[in-house]
Design a protein around this ligand. Structure first.
Ligand code: PMV
Length: 353
């Protein structure tokens, strides 16, 4: 049946790192300079829905294609090509072992993807995007691959994507193999391990970020002295402290490491030459608001973190919703001047993990 269309769909959520990935030791294979750890926002509406299809009836001359949020997107980039190549090779191996299988690996691929949040605004859109792309094609090809194996492939699309193949608390172990075969994600704990954990996303700006994470990382690795200290000492300590805080459900430690690691990452960006600034005045107001909330509570009830953009993600426990979300509304949400009303528009209801 030459005209048969094979199809599979999946969704993947964003993840927000509490120990950040920043720096590539091998840009071609997307191998990181440090391990990282994130929380997957599985219950949020921050996700990518992707449908992958293939058919012998799709004209070979059109090649593979990706429709992202209704617009044709370039698939010729090395990262997307690496994902297609890896997935096709695994499917081809199955077809070679069983001649009754349809030869999907030779057919053009069509991908249709929708994000329900701003693309490339520092909200980890590439993480959800590549995780969904890889899993949709793996499902289409009926690959018997575990989430960790798929994370090896998704990593080559976008580093942080390897963590979106798991729910809950996820570590991406940097590995040390030159071919990247041990640089993959694993689950540190299920979301249900810490049912009280909540995340609040403050969309400070939905604009596309100024410096892409790829060029920001390149510049940081090449020019920041502080970065060397970060990868040698700060991150290994933060990874160990974070895993312990999660295992022990110790929110005060979780929060302190989260905030310190975000500060350390943004400090290395400011230490590049020329400097890179991802946070803006509203981001800094959110930091001060969290400090005030914690001071008023007399204990640490909220933690901020920022990726490569101005938007804040605030982690807190359900029992502290009132002081955290209530105060953020009060401090950042009033209609006092222009930027404050922008923040309130983006203040999403709290997200269970
Ligand atoms: O996966 P990339 O190339 O978009 O880089 C993501 C970098 C950060 O979001 C800033 C940190 C992280 O660990 O997700």
């Amino acid at each position: 049946m030459a005209d048969k269309v094979y199809r599979a769909s999946t969704t993947a959520p964003v993840n927000i790192a509490v120990v950040k990935y920043w720096g590539k030791r091998d840009p071609k294979l997307n191998l990181p300079t440090n391990s990282s750890l994130s929380v997957t926002l599985s219950q949020s509406d921050l996700r990518t829905l992707t449908t992958a299809s293939c058919s012998a009836s799709y004209p070979a001359s059109e090649g593979d294609s990706l429709l992202l949020n209704g617009e044709q997107s370039d698939v010729s980039g090395a990262r997307t090509q690496a994902c297609f190549r890896e997935l096709r090779a695994r499917r081809a191996a199955l077809e070679a072992a069983d001649s009754s299988l349809p030869k999907l690996s030779t057919m053009p691929l069509r991908l249709v993807s929708e994000n329900n949040f701003p693309t490339a605004a520092g909200l980890a859109s590439s993480a959800a995007g590549f995780a969904a792309l890889v899993r949709a094609i793996a499902n289409l090809y009926e690959l018997p691959a575990s989430p960790s194996e798929l994370s090896l492939i998704a990593r080559q699309g976008s580093g942080s994507a390897c963590r979106s193949l798991f729910g809950g608390y996820v570590a991406w172990r940097m590995g040390d193999a030159a071919d990247g075969s041990d640089s993959m994600a694993d689950q540190v704990a299920e979301a249900s391990h810490w049912p009280e954990m909540r995340a609040l996303v403050l969309v400070v700006s939905a604009a596309k970020k100024g410096v892409s994470s790829t060029s920001g990382m390149q510049q940081t690795v090449a020019t920041s002295g502080l970065f060397q200290e970060r990868i040698a000492k700060v991150v290994p300590q933060n990874m160990a402290a974070m895993e312990k805080a999660i295992q022990e459900r110790d929110f005060a430690s979780f929060a302190e490491v989260t905030m310190r690691d975000s500060n350390s990452f943004h400090a290395t960006c400011a230490d590049t030459y020329p400097p890179i600034f991802y946070m803006n005045d509203v981001s800094r107001a959110a930091i001060r608001a969290v400090e005030q909330i914690n001071a008023a509570a007399g204990r640490t009830v909220a933690a901020y973190t920022f990726d490569a953009g101005p938007n804040a993600v605030i982690y807190y426990l359900e029992r502290d919703t009132e002081p955290v979300v209530g105060t953020l509304y009060h401090v950042l949400g009033g209609d006092v001047d222009g930027w404050k009303s922008d923040v309130i528009k983006g203040l999403k209801p709290s997200i269970s993990l």
